[in-house]
Write a protein that binds this ligand. Structure first.
Ligand code: ATP
Ligand code: MG
Length: 234
């Protein structure tokens, strides 16, 4: 059984429909990416899964339970980690405070997990008392991931983790995602940096105009003439 299975999903914002009949499957332990042009609806898929976008039809099964239409404050209890595309840390709070907030639905802050996050992201461990807003773009992205990891999620939804990062930091970010997946966390990632994302993932989906266009192993999509011409810049 899949960990997360989106079937025939319609979703959008209020009455506005963005996604039509979208299917996405993520198996336990897999690393799946969604690529596609601007405005394709990639972020909307993630927002629909966590209950931020408006659910309009279809099903979203997580561990066999239909979570479609659930409110975000309920979805967070399902231990689905979500790192939004932007505004994903509290800039006026410190690194430490942000991490503690990442675990706000738990009865107490899991100190062992916080240590794991600091071990995984040494740049955060070096500056626990700095305001998140004063960190570099890459450090903020690491902090946002760290906040999501505080819940020890079974699946991590990452919306464009490499956006706005300098080229050398892009590689480092992808390496961190590889490590998180290797350590057993299932990953569903949206990326603008489509070639690198497809190179790294197990399977990929190409979304356009709110609909599925292609799906296959990452390498197969990378090698597909039509996918390359239409979506990967040749
Ligand atoms: N909060 C919102 N209210 C209304 N429409 C929205 C909202 N957010 C996104 N949209 C619209 O939904 C469509 C899909 O947007 P979405 O953000 O899902 O695309 P995307 O594939 O993530 O694009 P990008 O690569 O630019 O991040 C776009 O037409 C966008 O204008
Ligand atoms: Mg987006």
């Amino acid at each position: 059984m899949s960990l997360l299975e989106v079937v025939d999903l319609d979703a959008g914002y209020g009455d506005l429909q963005v996604l039509s009949g979208v299917d996405i499957r993520v198996d336990d332990g897999e690393y799946v990416t969604i690529v596609g042009p601007n405005g394709a609806g990639k972020s909307t898929v993630m927002k629909a899964i966590v209950g931020i976008a408006t659910w309009q039809g279809g099903s979203i099964e997580y561990r066999g339970t239909d979570i479609a239409g659930m409110a975000p404050e309920e979805v967070v209890h399902e231990r689905i980690g979500y790192v939004p595309q932007s505004d994903n840390v509290f800039p006026t709070l410190t690194v430490e405070e942000n991490l503690r907030l990442g675990a706000y639905v738990l009865d107490e802050v899991p100190e062992d997990r916080k240590r794991d996050v600091y071990d995984r992201f040494p740049a955060l461990a070096d500056r626990p008392n700095e305001n998140a807003g004063s960190l570099s773009g890459g450090q903020q992205q690491m902090l946002a991931m760290g906040c999501a990891l505080m819940l020890d999620p079974d699946v991590l939804l990452l919306d464009e983790p490499s956006a706005g990062l300098a080229p050398d930091l892009v590689d480092e970010m992808f390496d961190r995602v590889d490590e998180i997946n290797d350590a057993g966390t299932t990953v569903l990632m949206v990326e603008q940096n489509a070639k690198e994302a497809l190179r790294r993932c197990d399977r990929g989906y190409v979304l356009a105009n709110g609909q599925n266009r292609y799906e296959d192993d990452g390498d197969a999509l990378l090698g597909d003439e039509e996918v390359r011409r239409e979506f990967l810049g040749g």
